[in-house]
Design a protein around this ligand. Structure first.
Ligand code: C2E
Ligand code: CA
Ligand code: CA
Length: 720
């Protein structure tokens, strides 16, 4: 080889071998220092004089390279002269811990089979630095976008508040006129009430062109629906929507905007205005686009974003169609996220989203795909699913992990989620239908009371579940905490064993006044909102109980627990949490359950009750006799008290059947070491009969009606 070439190879610091025979390489130039240095750790290190190296010798110094030599041999034997194959960058560490990035290449030169090894460390570091800088800038860009979003949301709620307070629209004009966000306020079915200069700027609208609703809001919806098929459903239901999409100005220039649309409702609950706020994100997006993959990820949750999701789902659906494989799409939406965000602030909101993202990711199988669509929405793509029940089981597992407590500004809170699932088996197979249908199923889960999993069916399309006015009001009542408790004393028939009360919930309705449980507990049970209502009742009853204990009036408080609450996977944790937070002693708490708690899974219910009793809490079986009551299974149930249903007491002492049932229940309960409470005692005859037959406690209007806490504390203690 010419001297010039030798010198050049030396200066480049590369190693060039030619294949001498099957298993031997011949060096065509002297070795660079790094190679000698790196090989020192091997049992037969390479020396400057070793012109010939066996594959084995190379393998001892560079195990990675010996693997590549197998590929290289394959390549050389195919004689593809104008091609080359490379190893990709790998890292070696010398005895001093110094890292080297190396890359090997197999190629042909003048019919010779050549192996070239390059030290790319320096290059690598530079590339790494550039990458890091790009990431920093991308982060900065994303931070700017998120600040912009924050301002946009604030402006949106300011305008909505202004309108819902019936303030004159002219006043608004002054505030939004020079705002950098584009603002459009319009009536539900037509005229534009207000818009600002920023809107004109984005769309390059000439002064003579009038903005009408048909040309703006409808245009936006049409443009957004491509990537946000759920937008129609959300707006129709009168909810807030926000998202990013491509839009076109008057000259057909493409732009990228972020739009939020919020309906404002009047007192009758009808939509009276749409408030739209938009920001032009084109410049930000252009910058992100230049960075390629970096802009495919959400910077808060580190999950793929909506943009990446569309790429991925399109590929998945395509390959699924070819292979006839069923693909399932799960739409996960957190419940009451906006509420939490407003209450705890944006940082807490971001933290919550990040935490939920990692909980969800940890609970799906390797190979499943999760993305963060934006806001509080996540989607998961699952493959190789056999049965729809398996999907529901996965969904339910996710609901449990979501509902584990999370610490926001020092307070542990719990959130729930609603999940909708569509599969290519039930739904159409294109990505848009799949997303739209999963969203519809998610929405019906929300309508049915949140915290649930729903599968998409065609039936949902024809008959989307619709909440009654009452159910809607109940959700508001939960958010606004419109419930109050009353307490009804239970009077002890033997020598007093301490005071006892039952806590009974009432709804302080803004229009209809104080509503009794008969008017809403049934609906709440059906829609699932009994769970959050019950959470409130439990906490509130324990806080009141603690007040009584502190005032020296140590009273046992019984709380009604519905079957849905008892079977909730978090019930036990909620109980211990409430006890800890309220400071109410567990031995003073009693839960009243009904036989319906044992209907679906008796063993599970029994197991929970055992654990509850181990805390010191007592258990009463409510409304006994009214349901499917069987005296047979009574001995299996871990309960301390039996409450004989009002209906039997009502007919005492004249009705034979009621007499027989009452006396045998008391007898059996006592044999099983349980105490008996008679409820609904209204007169002296009933009381006399019960006293005669050894009932332990009596609850009823004869003694006391349910009363507010203040009245309870003022009762003279000798009265009960
Ligand atoms: P319940 O658990 O059987 O509660 C006793 C009901 O009987 C109460 O009605 C009470 O006011 C009423 N009552 C008490 N003494 C008499 C009497 O001498 N005569 C008559 N006719 N009635 C009497 P309320 O407060 O309207 O509650 C009705 C039901 O609503 C309760 O029946 C219970 O099933 C449910 N409920 C009440 N509070 C809660 C709660 O916090 N959570 C759940 N899940 N259910 C509740
Ligand atoms: Ca009860
Ligand atoms: Ca009862």
């Amino acid at each position: 080889m010419s001297k010039v070439l030798q010198d050049l190879i030396k200066q480049l610091g590369i190693v060039v071998f030619r294949l001498a025979d099957d298993q031997t390489l011949e060096s065509v130039s002297s070795y660079p220092e790094w190679l000698i240095h790196l090989s020192k750790a091997a049992d037969s290190p390479i020396s400057v004089d070793d012109t010939f190296l066996s594959f084995d010798q190379i393998g001892h110094s560079f195990p990675f390279l010996s693997n590549f030599l197998i590929d290289a041999e394959l390549f050389w034997s195919n004689e593809r002269e104008h091609d080359k194959t490379d190893s990709g960058v790998w890292t070696e560490v010398d005895a001093l811990g110094q890292e080297y990035q190396l890359e090997a290449r197999a190629l042909f030169a003048e019919n010779e089979k050549i192996l070239l090894i390059e030290n790319v460390s320096q290059n690598f570091e530079e590339r790494h630095l550039v990458y890091q800088k790009a990431r920093d800038m991308a982060l900065l860009n994303e931070k700017l976008i998120s600040e912009l979003n924050f301002r946009q949301r604030k402006l949106q709620s300011d305008i909505e508040r202004h309108l819902s307070l019936r303030n004159p629209i002219d006043e608004l004009n002054r505030t939004v006129e020079s705002n950098t966000s584009a603002v459009l306020v319009c009536l539900p079915d037509g005229d534009v009430e207000l818009y600002n200069k920023a809107l004109i700027n984005i769309y390059e609208i000439g002064n003579d062109q009038k903005i009408v609703r048909a040309s703006m809001l409808d245009k936006w919806i049409a443009e957004a629906e491509h990537n946000h098929p759920e937008i129609h459903r959300i707006l129709k239901s009168g909810s807030y929507w926000e998202g990013e999409f491509e839009t076109f100005d008057a000259d057909n220039n493409q732009k990228w905007i972020r739009l939020s649309i919020g309906p404002v409702k009047n007192d009758a609950g009808e939509i009276c205005h749409f408030v739209c706020v938009a920001n032009d994100l084109s410049d930000f997006r252009k910058v992100s686009d230049d960075w390629g993959n970096i802009s495919d990820y959400d910077f808060n949750t580190h999950l793929p974003n909506r943009r990446q999701f569309w790429k991925h789902i399109s590929q998945t659906c395509e390959s699924g169609q070819k292979s006839d494989e069923v693909i399932a799409l799960m739409y996960v939406d957190l419940d009451y996220f906006k509420h939490i965000n407003d209450q705890h602030g944006q940082f807490a909101g971001d933290f919550l989203l990040g935490t939920m993202a990692s909980r969800l990711s940890r609970n799906i199988k390797h190979g499943d795909y999760i993305a963060h669509l934006g806001g509080d929405e996540f989607v998961i793509l699952l493959r190789y699913i056999k049965e729809p029940e398996d999907l529901v089981a996965v969904g339910e597992r996710l609901l449990v992990t979501v509902s584990e407590p999370i610490n926001l500004d020092g307070t542990p809170i719990r959130v729930s989620a609603s999940i909708g699932i569509a599969t290519t088996e039930i739904s159409q197979t294109d990505p848009h239908s799949l997303l739209r249908n999963a969203d519809l199923a998610m929405y019906s889960a929300k309508e049915l009371g949140r915290g649930q999993v729903r599968l998409y069916t065609e039936e949902l399309e024809r008959n989307p579940p619709k909440r009654s006015q009452r159910e809607h009001e109940l959700l508001v009542a939960i958010e606004k905490q419109q419930f109050v408790l009353e307490f009804q004393p239970q009077v002890c028939m033997q020598e007093s064993r301490g005071k006892r009360v039952e806590a009974l919930v009432r709804w302080q309705h803004p229009e209809h006044g104080l509503l009794s449980p008969a008017e809403f507990v049934g609906i709440a049970e059906e829609s699932g909102s009994i769970v959050p209502i019950g959470d409130w009742v439990l906490m509130s009853a324990c806080v009141s109980g603690k007040l009584l204990v502190d005032s020296g009036d140590s009273t046992c408080v019984a709380v009604n627990i519905s079957a849905k609450q008892l079977s909730h996977p978090e019930f036990y944790n909620k109980l211990t949490n409430v006890l800890r937070k309220s400071g109410f002693p567990a031995t003073h708490l009693e839960i009243e359950i009904t036989e319906s708690s044992f209907l679906s899974d008796m063993d599970k219910a029994i197991d929970v009750l055992h654990r509850v009793r181990a805390l010191g809490i007592q258990v009463a079986l409510d409304d006994f006799g009214s349901g499917f009551s069987s005296l047979n299974y009574l001995k299996r149930l871990p309960v301390d008290y039996i409450k004989i249903d009002r209906s039997f007491i009502h007919d005492l002492p004249d009705d034979n059947e009621s007499r027989a049932i009452t006396t045998s229940v008391i007898h059996l309960a006592h044999q099983l070491n349980m105490k008996v409470i008679a409820e609904g005692v209204e007169n002296k005859q009933q009381l006399e009969f019960l006293r005669e037959h050894d009932v332990d406690f009596v609850q009823g209007f004869y003694y006391f009606k349910p009363m507010p806490l203040a009245k309870l504390t003022s009762l003279k203690s000798e009265n009960w």
